[in-house]
Design a protein around this ligand. Structure first.
Ligand code: DGL
Length: 201
């Protein structure tokens, strides 16, 4: 059985993509709504919450774990595997597959994500391995706003504020928080036609 977790509903965007590839897979999903949002938490808090989520999924019978949370993947996947003596193939994370997808393109890429993901530097470092500089944009309140059903105008305000001073020197924007694809159409409308908005799921 495959266990998927996220701070809340965000991982459902990953589950949807996963289901399209593996319709019959046996999956258990855990959204840690009680502790959401994750993207403003420290590495220490995320470590504890990830441990609890994995224990819970394994208690339900999961033998493979997908971290459908960029904030978790970015902050602690590497150290978590070491600390828990897990073989690397037993935890699937989201950053490197996303970066590899752009390996043979000339895209000018920007990454928007939670403060935890941007502060980790993992996307910046991973894109360097394919010789690509990325612009990064942290959006502090958006995942929580989506999780807890904020109004359309509040969602628009979060996105507008985050991009207002950002030069439009990119043509591709990665939604590197699994909550953001729920409002992909709002990103597209606010950023305009010249920018392709991508859901890494
Ligand atoms: N959806 C998660 C992510 O991809 C967590 C967002 C949050 O809870 O702040 O980062």
């Amino acid at each position: 059985m495959i266990g998927i977790f996220d701070s809340g509903v965000g991982g459902l965007t990953v589950l949807k993509a996963f289901r399209a590839c593996m319709p019959k897979a046996d999956i258990v999903y855990f959204g840690d709504i009680q502790n959401a949002p994750y993207g403003l938490k420290s590495r220490e808090e995320l470590t504890r919450l990830t441990g609890d989520a994995i224990d819970r999924l394994m208690g339900e019978g999961a033998t493979y774990i997908i971290s459908a949370c960029n904030s978790v993947s970015a902050s602690l996947v590497a150290s978590f595997l070491q600390e828990h003596d897990l073989p690397p193939e037993h935890l699937i994370e989201m950053v490197n597959p996303t970066v590899q997808h752009f390996k043979h393109t000339n895209k000018k890429i920007a990454v928007c994500a939670t403060p935890a993901t941007i502060a980790s530097g993992i996307y910046q470092e991973a894109f360097k391995t394919i010789a690509t500089e990325v612009r990064t944009i942290a959006i502090p309140e958006l995942a929580g706003a989506i999780e807890f059903g904020a109004s359309l105008s509040e969602i628009e305000r979060c996105i507008h504020t985050a991009f207002v001073d950002i030069p439009r020197d990119f043509d591709t924007l990665l939604l590197s928080c699994t909550h953001y694809p729920f409002v992909q159409n709002i990103f597209e409308r606010l950023l305009g036609k010249g920018i392709q908005v991508c859901n890494p799921a």
